[in-house]
Write a protein that binds this ligand. Structure first.
Ligand code: XMP
Length: 509
């Protein structure tokens, strides 16, 4: 595997994803955490950082000690840190490069630049520049504006060191993937054999070894992660996996029944629990979004625990936790580097005194989908938009009633089906309808109406952290408005949300 030491760059996860796309396994570690060496570590990558290497509190690591064991690649800050640590000089420069630049080289023999065009578009984001290279370091590429775009050193440490001033992990670095492959395959000697099939085989073996003939209980949500996780565990231990799918009354129209059916078809041992009334009862009269979330979270745990205790002799809890939930993130907003540790999922395991089985703990979302495809999970699950845990509760602004849920479910179903029929569903990252606590005047036939408004939301995004409102065709929006107002009693107005995130959020609550 490859270790990526994170110095707080916004692009660190992109480095990891690019490497994984090359079918090479890698993990992200906070830069200041001591490296855990073992035979599987084949190389180290030092990420970028919002710091300047010359700031007194800039994070630093012992690169020589690392390059005594494996090859090291520095990216942006990582490259500058390398130059500085070995006696070079990095300085604030008049020439700041942000965005597109062209890396030029005529170095056909250089391993790091195999197959790279003599003039290759790269993505830069730096204001400091390496002004003097350390002894024994060789410049292997420039740009039009700076002398050091890439360098290497084969002589000062047992293993080679390479530095890229640009960001090979960003798609605007058009040949960045090849450059990473060059480092990983030709310099570190990695094999590109970390495929979904290999992952499935290895994971199923691990689960078998961990669980043996004991029993696992797991909550399913209908989403991609819990479904793929359950199927992997199921492959390993068969009917010793007990799944629970709770109907909180806040799912999409008919979703509980259809999803439960699909789970049964997949051969999962699943129990559907209808807890609608409990949820509606406790949510009655509550309009504060955070209170709604808390109530829903608490009730879910209560229902799940109750069901789990009915099953006897359960030793493990299965979860669909994925890598972005567990990466320890480095934050450099303060005067020093701090490391936040995310420990996922509302306290279930501690309370329940069970071991955890988390087969997707090291996968990114797109990898979960690839694995899902590998084990034959239907595209209906894999291609699904994200849906928030509190469900329609946070899309009904204000108080929740069963009638409002039913109204929103109808509108949502028309919209989502419409997106599918018009071939738009897969073009947006997430879509849904929001029931506003606003009544307005309308006229239907000869009658005056005074009814609710529904907002349609659709966004494009990569990871939900930022999002643009989707520019859906006017004709489509016109048809949705017509269909919803004509078919859903209680709604006489439809609006389209044209806010992006930031400054808005995807959900309204
Ligand atoms: P926001 O509204 O923060 O949403 O832009 C980003 C993504 O997170 C989902 N979301 C939630 N998911 N519980 C969840 O499981 C929640 O309380 C929650 N709030 C927002 C949202 O649907 C979007 O995909």
């Amino acid at each position: 595997k490859i270790l990526i030491l994170d110095f707080g760059s916004q692009y660190t996860q992109l480095i990891a994803r690019s490497i994984r796309e090359l079918n090479i396994y890698c993990e992200i570690k906070p830069c200041l955490q001591p490296v855990q060496w073992d035979d599987t570590v084949k190389g180290i990558i030092l990420s970028g950082s919002p710091f300047s290497v010359n700031e007194p509190n800039a994070p630093t690591v012992d690169i020589a000690a690392m390059a005594a064991k494996v090859p090291v690649l520095g990216v942006c800050y990582g490259a500058q840190l390398m130059a500085k640590n070995f006696g070079g000089e990095v300085a604030k420069s008049n020439i700041r490069e942000y965005g597109r630049a062209f890396m030029v080289h005529d170095n056909k023999e250089e391993k790091a630049l195999f197959d790279i065009s003599p003039r290759s578009q790269v993505w830069m984001s730096h204001s400091d520049t390496i002004v003097r290279m350390p002894e024994g370091f060789e410049i292997i590429a420039q740009t039009d504006s700076i002398p050091v775009a890439a360098f290497k050193c084969d002589t000062r440490t047992p293993f080679p060191m390479v530095g890229f001033q640009f960001h090979p992990e960003v798609t605007h670095s058009l040949e960045g993937k090849t450059m990473l492959r060059n480092f990983l395959v030709h310099i570190c000697g990695c094999k590109q054999d970390w495929t979904p099939a290999a992952f499935v085989q290895e994971t199923v073996e691990k689960i078998k070894a961990q669980v043996g003939d004991k029993k696992v209980v797991m909550a399913l949500s209908g989403g991609v992660d819990s479904t793929v996780a359950a199927e992997l565990i199921h492959k390993a231990i068969g009917s010793n996996l007990y799944c629970i799918f709770v109907d909180n009354g806040l799912l999409r129209k008919d979703e509980f029944e259809t999803v439960l059916d699909s789970y049964k078809h997949m051969g999962l041992n699943v129990k559907g629990v209808n807890a609608k009334d409990l949820f509606y009862g406790e949510l009655a009269g509550v309009s504060d979004p955070e209170k709604k979330r808390k109530i829903i979270g608490r009730l879910f745990i209560e229902v799940f625990q109750q069901e789990a205790t009915l099953l006897q002799n359960i030793s493990f809890l299965g979860q669909g936790t994925i890598y972005p939930d567990v990466i320890e993130s480095v934050s450099v907003n303060g005067p020093s580097v701090t490391i936040k540790s995310h420990h996922n999922v509302g306290g279930l395991p501690e309370k329940m005194n069970m071991g955890l089985v988390e087969p997707l703990r090291f996968l990114f979302k797109d990898e979960v989908r690839r694995v899902g495809r590998e084990i034959g999970i239907s595209e209906i699950f894999l291609g699904r938009h994200p849906f928030p845990g509190p469900g329609l509760a946070i899309r009904i602004l204000g108080e929740i009633t069963a009638d409002k849920v039913a109204m929103l479910q109808e509108a949502d179903s028309i919209y989502i089906e419409g997106l599918r029929e018009h071939g738009l569903y897969d073009k947006v990252w997430q879509a849904g309808t929001i029931l506003l606590p606003v009544q307005s005047v309308g006229v239907m036939g000869d009658e005056r109406t005074y009814e609710f408004t529904v907002a349609l939301r659709a966004v494009t995004s990569v990871d939900g952290m930022t999002a643009d409102w989707a520019h859906l065709p006017y004709e489509f929006l016109a048809q949705m408005s017509n269909d919803i107002i004509n078919k859903v009693k209680g709604i006489n107005r439809v609006v389209y949300d044209i806010s992006s995130k930031p400054p808005a959020t995807i959900e309204w609550e």
